[in-house]
Design a protein around this ligand. Structure first.
Ligand SMILES: Nc1nc2c(c(=O)[nH]1)N[C@H]1C(S)=C(S)[C@@H](COP(=O)(O)OP(=O)(O)OC[C@H]3O[C@@H](n4cnc5c(=O)[nH]c(N)nc54)[C@H](O)[C@@H]3O)O[C@H]1N2
Ligand SMILES: Nc1nc2c(c(=O)[nH]1)N[C@H]1C(S)=C(S)[C@@H](COP(=O)(O)OP(=O)(O)OC[C@H]3O[C@@H](n4cnc5c(=O)[nH]c(N)nc54)[C@H](O)[C@@H]3O)O[C@H]1N2
Ligand SMILES: [Mo]
Length: 771
């Protein structure tokens, strides 16, 4: 018999097609106008060979090899669940008693899965918070630098998280849209918490049909879909700030800046203007100056500036631009450029970040929170900017500067991860692993044998969403989705909530953790809480039983276009921004007051240590972009068929311009070795004329499969063995993965096969099992 069970994932809502206890297919959600291909990877991934079948412990850990022990040795011993729970509880109690709450790193960054109750990271935070606290991780990898910066200069993070000026407003009013980083189709496959409706492509088509002209300012032509007929401006990576400064100079030299807006709505123009003109530092930021850094001709820079000044222009940049050394600067300068054009807060004009980064940005929606667990208290804990995780391991007792604060780094004894994959998301993985190994105990909750699970001491097998009931919900999506359990738990997998409840039980606080609710009661409780909030926002949602039976609730879109900062634009006195001056801060006294040499009081051009203009480019002459994958979500779904079909000889593709390949004797489809001083990986070469020469690109997410020795060659193609691990600056301390130079050569030797999608072979003989 075939059953259809409503369900949801970050990459789309669907019905799971179930036969004899197995997911055999998926049927896209009927209300989705443009369902994505990633859904097709679900059945094979849920039933993959790489599912963790039962709890395990690392043999060396059981023998007492703790701090400094090598992890990732794959020497795992199966454990019965009750023993695993007992070991975890005893070790947690010991670490807390001996070293304090802050010695447990429970930040556990990662996307987890769409269901909001069983959201692994939220469950872990709740468990650790109720137990006294933990060291958590602040900001995120996506836009950590940007979200630290924007409150200083615009007083809000709406400009990058939404709601932003919506597509109907753009289609109606915008004439030209300048898109730094483009408007890639691949990124719009996903929405955190579940994509009920993929409306990005229909909206892009509508805007193009309405006559909006798109300009794709990016090293990669493929960042704009063909149907937009976008002009391509191939810029050198990490030089966008210089291009924007050149545009600003072009505006000033023609007197095209909006002096009224700069006077009434901004502060600090008197400091930024002399910098653009070169009066404060002796270097006028002319289009010619910008051309020498960006590789974009001065005429093009002038034309872009004048075009944007003559008609309604929307400026946008993808989140990727700030994932680079000095990543705060291009975003700040884009705000300054929008201020010079005077369009901030006008329909179809101004600036916002991430239209091309995630499905849901700019989609008409009401500002409603998503269904979810209440925020956790973290009484005894402290927070570290998420991308500084390796430094946290390396420098206990030292100070980390961040956004005007001095953070004393704790000595991490225990690492606990649920719902994230640091050996996917972090930079310079060989260095991360050295720091990681300093912990005494590492616990990972995972459905699959990811690199994080392989680097744990205790591995707890988690169910996937299809093995439990939940609610999918995102503040960026109109639909709240019922997620019905489709199949029984696979192997001995358990829900994150249930395993943590058992550990809480052993530690004496089960009831505080569960609030004596089971799954069903929790779902009803969380939904009804949300229904009340929705009611206050004027939306009358059906009761839980109807929602659950119908499978979804649709929150209707608002009737009117949404324009970000409209009130402020109309009357800056009555509706000031939440900045110290109440205005757009083109100069920030607060930021200047931090005294960081690398981030001053106004946006400025600063050379990254790794980009094509740097001395290091003589040795590593290619700029590597590590972009979001079209074939999966980060490391998730990598074992599925959509991801597998994109690989070349089983390795992740590396995109390269044919000219760069010819100079190296490389041909399409061959295996190459990509390397720098931090590490090396194999990749399959794909030639693409749409890449700026000197730039190569590789998607993230191929599961790390290193040869066993320290720093060993990664056989699969995980770009994070190459990326550099520095903060964007002390201001934002964001991830700077996009600043990375490499060299590429043919790999002609025989290449061992990629085996990382198989489960590691456990130690089976009882004699190998230590007591
Ligand atoms: N070089 C480079 N690196 C990058 C980026 C880049 O642009 N370049 N981008 C960065 C960005 S923006 C991000 S957001 C990060 C993403 O990094 P992550 O969010 O850490 O990546 P995911 O692979 O989504 O990790 C989620 C993990 O949760 C697991 N999981 C799913 N459901 C459950 C569950 O129910 N229970 C449990 N216990 N686990 C579950 C999945 O199997 C998966 O391993 O990567 C960052 N890394
Ligand atoms: N299919 C899919 N979609 C995803 C994700 C996924 O894993 N898979 N991840 C999601 C997540 S967590 C996030 S945070 C978002 C991230 O969204 P983004 O950060 O926008 O995504 P990226 O692919 O890293 O970058 C977008 C484009 O920016 C260009 N770019 C890179 N560096 C530069 C530069 O210096 N200058 C200019 N002008 N352009 C540059 C690259 O060519 C790249 O294709 O994507 C989300 N969407
Ligand atoms: Mo992200």
């Amino acid at each position: 018999m075939t059953a259809f069970r409503p369900h949801s994932a970050h990459w789309g809502s669907f019905d799971a097609v179930v036969e004899q206890g197995r997911v055999v297919g998926v049927r896209p959600f009927a209300a989705d106008p443009n369902p994505g291909a990633l859904l097709q990877s679900i059945p094979a991934t849920v039933h993959a060979e790489s599912r963790i079948d039962r709890p395990y412990a690392r043999a060396g850990w059981l023998r007492g090899e703790r701090r400094g022990a090598q992890r990732g040795d794959r020497d795992f011993v199966p454990l019965p669940w009750d023993e695993a729970i007992r070991l975890v509880a005893e070790e947690t109690a010991r670490v807390r008693a001996e070293h304090g709450h802050a010695s447990i790193l429970g930040g556990s960054y990662g996307w987890s899965s769409a269901g909001r109750f069983h959201h692994a990271r939220s469950q872990l935070h709740r468990f650790l918070g109720l137990g006294g606290g933990f060291t958590t991780q602040l900001t995120n990898y996506s836009y950590g630098a940007g979200m630290t910066l924007m409150p200083h200069i615009l007083g809000t993070n709406d400009v990058l998280q939404g709601p932003v000026t919506d597509w109907p407003s753009i289609a109606r009013h915008t004439r030209v849209m300048l898109c730094f980083g483009g408007l890639p189709l691949k990124n719009a496959l996903v929405t955190a918490g579940g994509a009920g409706a993929h409306e990005y492509v229909p909206w892009l088509k509508q805007a193009a049909a309405a006559g909006v002209r798109f300009v794709n300012i990016s090293p990669f032509r493929g960042d704009a879909p063909e149907f937009l007929k976008a002009e391509w401006v191939p810029i050198r990576p990490n030089t966008d700030t210089a291009l924007m400064l050149g545009m600003a100079h072009a505006l000033l030299s023609e007197g095209m800046e909006d002096r009224g807006f700069l006077a009434t709505h901004c502060t600090g123009w008197d400091r930024l203007r002399p910098y653009i003109l070169g009066e404060s530092d002796g270097q006028p930021k002319t289009p010619e100056w910008a051309a020498s850094l960006t590789g974009v001709p001065a005429e093009t820079i002038r034309a872009l500036a004048w075009e944007a000044a003559r008609q309604p222009a929307m400026l946008t940049a993808t989140w990727s631009l700030q994932r680079a050394e000095h990543g705060e600067q291009p975003w700040w300068m884009l705000v300054a450029l929008a201020a010079m054009l005077g369009g901030i807060g006008r329909p179809g004009e101004g600036v916002a970040f991430g239209y091309g980064s995630l499905n849901g940005m700019g989609t008409p929606r009401r500002k409603l929170p998503s269904v979810g667990l209440p925020a956790t208290r973290n009484p005894g804990g402290i927070g570290i900017p998420v991308s500084r995780v390796t430094e946290l391991f390396e420098r206990p007792g030292e100070i980390l500067q961040y956004n005007g604060r001095d953070i004393l780094l704790p000595d991490i004894r225990m690492i606990w991860w649920a719902g994230g994959n640091p050996f996917h998301h972090h930079q310079d993985l060989n260095r991360l692993r050295r720091g990681w190994n300093r912990a005494e105990t590492i616990i990972v909750q995972e459905p699959w044998w990811t690199a994080a699970a392989r680097h744990a001491d205790i591995v707890l097998p988690a169910t996937t969403t299809l093995e439990r009931n939940d609610i999918g919900s995102s503040s960026s999506d109109r639909f709240v989705r019922a997620m019905h359990q489709a199949i029984p738990p696979q192997g001995q997998a358990r829900n994150d909530h249930s395993m943590l409840a058992d550990v809480a039980d052993a530690l004496g606080y089960r009831d505080r953790f569960t609030e004596q609710r089971d799954e069903g009661v929790w779902l009803r409780h969380l939904y009804e809480r949300w229904r009340q909030v929705a009611g206050k926002h004027g939306f009358d949602a059906p009761g839980f039983d109807r929602f659950w039976a119908e499978g979804h609730v649709e929150v209707p879109p608002p009737d009117e276009d949404f324009v970000l900062f409209a009130d402020f634009a109309a009357d800056p006195e009555a509706h000031p921004l939440n900045t110290p001056s109440g205005k757009v801060e083109l100069f920030s006294d607060t930021i200047a007051g931090f005294g960081y040499s690398e981030s001053g009081g106004h946006p400025r051009w600063q050379e990254p240590a790794e980009y094509l203009g740097a001395p290091l480019a003589a040795r590593f002459p290619l700029h590597l972009l590590s972009v979001q994958p079209a074939t999966r979500l980060h490391g998730q779904l990598d074992p599925g068929p959509v991801s597998a079909a994109s690989k070349i000889q089983g390795r992740e593709p590396l995109l390269m311009h044919p000219g760069d390949a010819a100079g190296r004797g490389l041909e399409d489809g061959m295996l190459v070795r990509v390397f720098n001083e931090r590490g090396a990986c194999l990749a399959g070469l794909r030639l693409d004329e749409g890449l700026r020469p000197g730039v190569v690109a590789m998607a993230t997410g191929a599961w790390w499969d290193p040869l066993p020795e320290e720093g060993g060659l990664d056989l699969h193609g995980n770009p994070n063995v190459l990326t550099q691990d520095v903060g964007t600056s002390r201001l934002g301390q964001g991830c700077a993965a996009q600043s990375c130079l490499v060299q590429v050569e043919a790999h002609r030797a025989a290449a061992p096969p990629v085996t990382v999608h198989r489960a590691p072979r456990p130690l089976e003989r009882p004699s190998e099992r230590p007591v």
